[in-house]
Design a protein around this ligand. Structure first.
Ligand code: UDX
Length: 435
């Protein structure tokens, strides 16, 4: 099939290259000429394992190309995906849909023949209706079916998630789109991945409900972790004990410094706003949002307590800045609030991250960057693990102790066992475990 992907950001690029890998002819379109130039030259603007190689292979085969020329790509396309950003609108937390609507308007003007328009961007319920209305208003002759097809890609595992999905959700209000979308996803369909066809509005809500549920699971276990610390229980064993119940499931029960990233914070907030607008508040999720927001800064206070209660004039080393490993994404990363809290309390913070330091420099002021974990720890009064990159899982504690001013480790991801750390002379604090 001939597919155009509008928006060569994270979702557009991963989806586009995977569709090309399925054998479709894909053009990834973006307004940013520098980005398109870079992609043509094989330079990938984001860090995502496996993406560079997959782009190179599919570009070489001729199935994947890049363009800024919407007017040229749209008439030949059978399917057009809208994968532009929907950031939180400044001030009110609603999703900003202006990029989606601009794309709809521009596409409509150049449509030729029956074309399926698919919204992949995360959009509130009813956006598909508005996309269709805008397109029909712009071009009353356009023969279109507007579809919702949310993505469920985790950063760092996006290609795998795309190729081995738990399910593919497709919301259609025009039956003609069913056959087209089945063809688009044929390799997965043949591979027994469930294609869930539903209405457009239901599909839009599934995306938000799914992310809100996962955010709620994380927040639940984080609150259990706090309780474990008070009552002397172990949150990892609580998570295992409840997770083995098939009705609960073991995933997304890792206690930590609070969820971050490009999806959960933005999507939970947008769901709260949509629900309020429809006089049907989701109080559970309102609470999840505020508990998670408070938690990130509270983690700063936890570090201060572990460092003796006062960090004024002290140096704190932070390992891991991105919101999770295997990405360079700093959006809503807990590290931002943790570092801010430490700096507000008078500490100097030195940070290291394998991929996120460029982006961290844009969002965290006065952070000193180190070239590795041991350089970060040099002369520090405490070492904090905020993000569980694999390279932090086997630190040489004797080497750390030799360079640190005082051997204090705060492990906000529970990647160590207490005994393995304290036997090297460290004091050790983690999340929800009797340390
Ligand atoms: C998420 C969803 O998983 C994906 O389906 C959606 O479409 C986009 O948002 P992503 O944000 O890339 O993906 O990462 P994810 O692995 O879900 O982690 C999100 C945040 O939750 C991270 O900050 C992570 O550290 C945190 N998390 C996750 C926990 O604290 N505990 C867990 O058990 C799981």
């Amino acid at each position: 099939m001939k597919i155009t992907m509008i928006g060569a950001g994270y979702v557009g690029l991963v989806s586009g290259v995977c569709f090309a890998d399925f054998g479709h002819d894909v053009i990834c379109l973006d307004k940013d000429e520098n980005k398109i130039e870079a992609l043509r030259a094989g330079r990938i603007p984001i860090f995502e394992p496996g993406l560079q190689q997959l782009v190179a292979a599919n570009a070489a085969s001729g199935r994947l190309s890049f363009s800024t020329d919407l007017a040229k790509c749209v008439p030949d396309s059978e399917v057009i995906f809208i994968a532009v950003g929907t950031p939180s609108r400044r001030g009110d937390g609603h999703a900003d849909l202006s990029y989606v609507y601009d794309a709809a308007r521009e596409i409509a003007a150049h449509i030729s023949g029956f074309t399926v328009i698919v919204t992949k961007s995360t959009v509130p319920v009813g956006t598909g209706d508005e996309v269709e209305r805008i397109m029909r208003e712009t071009n009353p002759d356009a023969d279109i079916a507007v579809v919702s097809n949310p993505e469920f890609l985790r950063e760092g595992a996006a290609i795998d998630d795309f190729k081995r999905p738990d399910r593919i959700v497709i919301g259609i209000d025009d039956e003609r789109a069913r056959e087209v979308m089945t063809e688009v996803y044929r390799p997965l369909y043949l591979n027994q991945s469930p294609l869930l066809f539903t209405t457009r509005r239901t599909s839009e809500l599934i995306k938000y409900a799914g992310n809100a549920f996962l955010a709620m699971k994380i927040t639940f276990i984080n609150e259990m972790a706090d309780l474990c610390e008070k009552v002397g229980a172990n949150v990892q064993e609580v998570a295992r004990g409840i997770g083995l119940d098939g009705r609960i499931g073991s995933k997304f029960l890792h206690a930590g410094p609070g969820y971050g990233g490009s999806c959960f914070p933005k999507d939970t907030l947008a769901l709260v706003k949509t629900a309020q607008d429809h006089d049907s508040p989701v109080r559970l999720i309102e609470t999840v949002v505020s508990v998670n927001d408070n938690r990130k800064r509270a983690m700063g206070r936890k570090v201060i307590a572990a460092a003796g209660g006062d960090v004024r004039g002290k140096t704190i080393a932070v390992l891991g800045l991105t919101f999770k490993p295997n990405t360079d994404d700093m959006r809503d990363s807990p590290a931002i609030a943790v570092i801010q809290a430490l700096q507000d309390a008078g500490a100097t913070v030195r940070g290291y991250d394998p991929e996120g330091m460029d982006n961290a420099g844009h969002v965290i002021a006065n952070l000193i960057f180190a070239s590795g974990p041991y350089e970060a720890a040099d002369g520090a009064d405490a070492l904090v693990i905020v993000t569980e990159w694999n390279q932090f899982r086997a630190l040489d504690f004797d080497r750390l102790k030799a360079v640190m001013k005082s051997p204090v480790l705060v492990d906000l991801r529970n990647i160590y066992r207490k005994d393995d750390v304290t036997k090297h002379g460290f004091t050790y604090t983690s999340i929800g475990r009797p340390d």
